[in-house]
Design a protein around this ligand. Structure first.
Ligand SMILES: NC(=O)c1ccc[n+]([C@@H]2O[C@H](COP(=O)([O-])OP(=O)(O)OC[C@H]3O[C@@H](n4cnc5c(N)ncnc54)[C@H](O)[C@@H]3O)[C@@H](O)[C@H]2O)c1
Ligand SMILES: [Zn+2]
Length: 373
């Protein structure tokens, strides 16, 4: 608690077949980004993509750092909404890139923002001229522990989220936890759920830390924040290293809490009734209850997960306003469900999850009923 601001940073390597890049995690180390860019020689034009909310905050610091290092920059913005992850904004962005890049320039997209900017910009980088390099500069907690890592890029279609995309790794991820100071409280909490999820997937020490802290304590402590971001990031890196293209059934573990979470988000039309993290928190309770019914997890460990979520102030029940019929209807549209696999990611204990096929519908219903108010 109360640790002074520091500019020290740590690098986490991401080792993939034939390629390697670093995640640099620090607090207040953004002034060094331009120099890192120049030394690595990823390109000679940094095209910073952001939104109007972040432009005056993190993006300004990023631009200043490039200017100090005498790297040429351009600034592009997209509106601050999930709707920026659409084919029309992708097409607009590609047109802007074509207009910004002069002959002889080696452009690099620098994505300063949350998951929306990262997903849209990463896809544009993969498509423009058959691929230009990009760098992630995540500014939300969700983006720092989750979406900026692993190379998944996408835009949404009217038929569903993330339906058009590529798996394409960035050259570098610059993660400055000082950016999180201006993040609205609810966004911060939402991102923290993903860190909690990562702890269940593979880090008992991180889980222990989250059990001992309140959200307010974490927000006020730069050292806790750095520990949480770097430990959660490591869990995701490890999973991605083992299964970059999601072909081995390992990367799916990152979907803990997301099967029911997605159904809940769909049931409220992706409105602000539930943030993504809140829906995943309740989804984690559902998964834990299913694991308990299957006797995969002990009562004590299952309680730790539910109590941990509750103590951090995350929702663990679905409010009365949500109609069961709408919720079950949303569940029935889930591909993992309708394909007959009845596949769930379930906790075995804190620090270990399994992917389980053939989960009986009756148990799923029981678990869902247990979270309905
Ligand atoms: N690629 C992946 O692996 C992956 C993983 C998880 C989620 N996602 C995607 O990520 C998206 C959600 O990302 P998100 O939660 O970061 O949402 P977001 O990008 O919409 O950002 C949330 C809000 O916070 C604001 N904001 C961002 N940084 C800020 C800062 N430092 N200070 C103040 N305000 C700030 C944004 O302007 C926005 O209003 C979804 O589209 C989801 O599909 C992708
Ligand atoms: Zn998620």
């Amino acid at each position: 608690m109360g640790e002074k601001m520091t500019t020290a940073s740590q690098n986490i390597p991401v080792r993939l077949a034939g390629r390697r890049y670093a995640l640099s995690i620090g607090c207040g180390h953004t002034p060094s980004l331009g120099k890192t860019f120049k030394q690595a020689d990823w390109g000679n034009l940094a095209i910073v993509l952001t939104n109007p909310t972040i432009r005056s905050k993190a993006a300004r610091q990023v631009m200043a750092s490039f200017k100090k290092a005498r790297v040429a920059t351009q600034l592009l913005t997209v509106p601050d909404t999930e709707r920026s992850k659409s084919m029309s904004s992708l097409s607009r962005l590609l047109n802007q890139l074509a207009g910004s890049v002069g002959p002889g320039m080696r452009p690099v997209l620098v994505l300063v923002g949350g998951g929306v900017i990262g997903d849209l910009g990463g896809l544009a980088a993969g498509l423009y001229k058959r691929g230009i390099p990009y760098i992630q500069v995540p500014t939300t907690l969700l983006a720092q522990v989750d979406s900026s890592i692993g190379g998944k890029t996408a835009v949404d279609l009217p038929q569903g989220k993330n339906l058009v995309g590529l798996i394409l790794q960035p050259k570098y991820v610059h993660c400055d936890t000082a950016f999180l100071k201006t993040l609205p409280e609810r966004q911060f909490r939402s991102g923290l759920v993903e860190a909690f999820k990562s702890a269940i997937i593979g880090d008992t020490q991180l889980f222990g830390l989250l059990e001992r802290r309140s959200v307010e304590q974490i927000r006020k402590s730069p050292s806790d924040l750095r520990t949480i971001v770097s430990r959660a990031a490591r869990v995701k890196v490890k999973v991605v290293e083992l299964d970059e293209f999601e072909t081995k059934g390992i990367r799916m573990k990152l979907n803990l809490g997301h099967t029911f979470g997605h159904a809940l988000e769909a049931a409220v039309n992706y409105s602000s009734v539930y943030t993504h993290g809140e829906a995943v928190a309740i989804g984690t309770v559902v998964a834990t209850r299913i694991a308990r019914s299957l006797k995969l997890i002990s009562a004590g460990e299952a309680d730790r997960i539910v109590v941990g979520l509750d103590q951090l102030g995350f929702p663990i029940r679905v409010g009365r306003k949500i109609k069961r019929t709408v919720l079950y209807d949303a569940m029935s549209k889930d591909k993992k469900w309708t394909s007959g696999a009845h596949r769930w990611v379930l906790p075995r204990r804190v620090g270990q999850v399994v992917v389980k096929d053939g989960v009986p519908v009756r148990m799923v219903r029981q678990a869902i009923e247990s979270v309905m108010e």
